[in-house]
Design a protein around this ligand. Structure first.
Ligand SMILES: NC(=O)c1ccc[n+]([C@@H]2O[C@H](COP(=O)([O-])OP(=O)(O)OC[C@H]3O[C@@H](n4cnc5c(N)ncnc54)[C@H](O)[C@@H]3O)[C@@H](O)[C@H]2O)c1
Length: 317
């Protein structure tokens, strides 16, 4: 499995992350490794967190994080290893405190750590529910919470969550994984609204890259060199930069393609309950095309704005 190293040259031209402290979770391999290397290349001091577990989340090994740190240091970057699991509140605190004691603060958090267990819903082992949710969704809360408090204080920060096209569009056998990634989507939407007034930007990356997690077959339609994790890193670099101009967005990235994934509300069907009577189930069957028609849609800025659209329709008729 290939995973090319982008050049680790602190001071890479363009957006600079000099003097910024970044935490990248699950950075001992795959996508996290690429992100850690890319952020270090822009001058960030990087806490390389990785439990070193197997794909299913079991076990632990310090060598993946150590190897990434060695790689960054060998190229003149700054990095330190952390082996704590993201899957508990204490773990999250420990990771953030480590970044503060090692590098003096925290400016960027990349929540990337993840495990994977696939099974059809009928065969789902209930232990899998908590084991997967705890790492992806729990970990996103546990690491971000203590970092967010530091960022609020300093009135500056960048939080990056990892979602997945699987969480939006689905795939057979990934129900818990998709639920975790979908949950992260909700968390990032709300945190982006809350963080904005504190100078904190919150965005999500939905990567597509050949890693241990994807296995060899998923991306076999394209040559290895175009589906490596390094092709996803620029989105994380951009979201981490002061220059990042977006907030609350999720960008899908891989093999040269970058797209925004978004939630929207169709124009839909409206029947005025005052003048036309209450909507019935039969009305819905008769107006299916209007309800589902995605050619006209809106993107309310928050839930209150969604409700306001309904109020506007009501009042304008
Ligand atoms: N590869 C893809 O195409 C793809 C697609 C969508 C989303 N993702 C997401 O990207 C992230 C990275 O995945 P990857 O493909 O690089 O997988 P990977 O298995 O190569 O890397 C995941 C890393 O997370 C670490 N990890 C697992 N549990 C941990 C824990 N509790 N605490 C700390 N570290 C832990 C592992 O040790 C591993 O090094 C995951 O969140 C994954 O769900 C990947």
């Amino acid at each position: 499995m290939t995973n090319k190293v982008t050049a680790v040259t602190p001071g890479k031209e363009g957006f600079s992350l000099k003097d910024r402290v970044a935490i990248v979770t699950g950075a001992g391999a795959g996508l996290g490794r690429s992100y850690a290397i890319a952020l270090a290349a822009r001058g960030a001091k990087v806490l390389v967190n990785d439990l070193g577990s197997a794909l299913d989340g079991v076990g632990g090994d310090t060598s993946p994080a150590d190897m990434v740190v060695a790689e960054i240091l060998a190229h003149g970057g700054q990095a330190a290893a952390n082996y704590t699991s993201v899957a508990s509140a204490d773990g999250g605190e420990e990771i953030v405190n480590h970044a503060i004691s090692e590098f003096g603060g925290v400016d960027i958090v990349v929540n990337n750590a993840g495990n994977m267990r696939l099974s059809s819903f009928a065969k789902l082992d209930v232990r899998t529910i908590s084991d997967v949710l705890d790492v992806h969704l729990g970990g996103a809360f546990y690491v971000t919470k203590p970092a967010y408090l530091v960022m609020m204080e300093q009135k500056r920060g960048r939080i990056i969550f990892t979602t997945s096209g699987l969480g939006v569009f689905g795939i057979y056998g990934a129900d818990v994984y998709a639920a975790a990634k979908g949950g992260i989507g909700g968390l990032l939407t709300v945190l982006a609204l809350e963080g904005e007034r504190h100078g904190i930007r919150v965005n999500g990356v939905a990567p597509m890259a050949r890693t241990r997690m994807s296995g060899d077959d998923l991306y076999s339609a394209l040559p290895d060199e175009y589906v490596g994790a390094e092709h996803a890193a620029p989105v994380v670099e951009y979201f981490a930069a002061d220059e990042c101009a977006v907030n609350g967005e999720v960008w899908s990235v891989g093999a040269g393609s970058v797209s925004r994934l978004f939630s929207a509300r169709t124009k839909g069907y409206f029947k005025h309950p005052g003048t036309q009577g209450q909507v019935t189930a039969e009305d819905l069957a008769a107006h299916l095309a209007e309800i589902s028609d995605v050619t006209a849609f809106s993107q309310p800025a928050n839930w209150l704005a969604e409700w306001d659209e309904v109020v506007q329709m009501f009042q304008s008729q």
